[in-house]
Design a protein around this ligand. Structure first.
Ligand code: ADP
Ligand code: MG
Length: 240
């Protein structure tokens, strides 16, 4: 028991150290990126191509650092009632080009008028990470289906893909920071998403079968629900 506590403390200190290093590296990186972007804009010669590559890789380093910092300490800056259907629509728009490039069809089924209380950007990040994994796991011609419904005081978002699936050992490793099976993966996406969903008082579960696909279920507490005839009612009241 005592050993476990000590280990947890150690991990915590290590995590804090890593977070402060990540934070310190981000600042000079931002400055370097700014100057390189300026040079890139002015460059007419051979270096244009090299500068493009440097900027892409710099962007990658920046997003790894941001993901790590978000994992170490998710920042919920502004809590507000956010409509789930609207957030999912925004996220699928963001991923539209990526899905098209991978040849994966994304289908969405939404229930409008359901709100959760959250920092919109954090929830969007959580969903982007999970949907992107679904698209990445799926071969050309496959599908990712997203459905969102409410039941009682809970909201459900189910993201299923027809991708390569995971066995139980792989599922067990989900949420372990830096666990990845991809060449250019960071192993941060799922961990960050789980952290965010849990910080919202929600839960996330995975069901998967090798060669068949994966189904991710996110359950969030509903903040408020707008009756479907809400708009008409308000207008009527205003008229009176
Ligand atoms: P990354 O995407 O950078 O590898 P993640 O934390 O997002 O990191 O995911 C970790 C690993 O979990 C992935 O490399 C992959 O092996 C597995 N994984 C996550 N989602 C899925 C999915 N929908 N289908 C199959 N494997 C998945
Ligand atoms: Mg990922």
């Amino acid at each position: 028991m005592r050993k476990e506590i000590l280990r947890a403390e150690k991990l915590n200190t290590l995590g804090e150290l890593a977070a402060s290093i990540a934070h310190e590296i981000r600042n000079p990186l931002t400055v370097v990126k700014g100057f390189l972007q300026m040079m890139h804009k002015q460059e007419k010669g051979d270096n244009y191509y090299y500068l493009s590559l440097v900027l892409t890789e710099l962007g990658r380093a920046e997003s790894i650092i941001n993901d790590y910092l978000n994992f170490a300490k998710p920042q919920f800056e502004k809590l507000e009632g956010a409509e789930l259907a609207e957030i999912i629509t925004e996220v699928t728009l963001l991923l539209e080009a990526f899905a098209a490039k991978e040849g994966v069809q994304v289908n969405v089924q939404l229930e409008w008028g359901i709100y959760v209380k959250t920092d919109r950007n954090q929830l969007k990040q959580a969903l982007v990470n999970i949907i992107k994994n679904g698209i990445e796991a799926t071969d050309e011609g496959g599908e990712v289906n997203i459905s969102q419904v409410s039941a009682g005081n809970e909201s459900y978002i189910v993201i299923s893909d027809t991708g390569k699936g995971m066995d139980s050992a792989q599922i067990a490793r989900l949420g372990t920071i830096f666990y990845t099976t991809k060449n250019k993966g960071t192993g941060l996406g799922t961990s960050v998403s789980i952290k965010i969903i849990e910080a919202m008082g929600g839960s996330i579960s995975y069901k998967s079968e090798i060669g068949v696909g994966t189904e991710v279920t996110i359950i969030l507490p509903t903040y408020k629900q707008k009756p479907s005839d809400y708009t008409e009612q308000t207008q009527m009241n205003n008229a009176i």
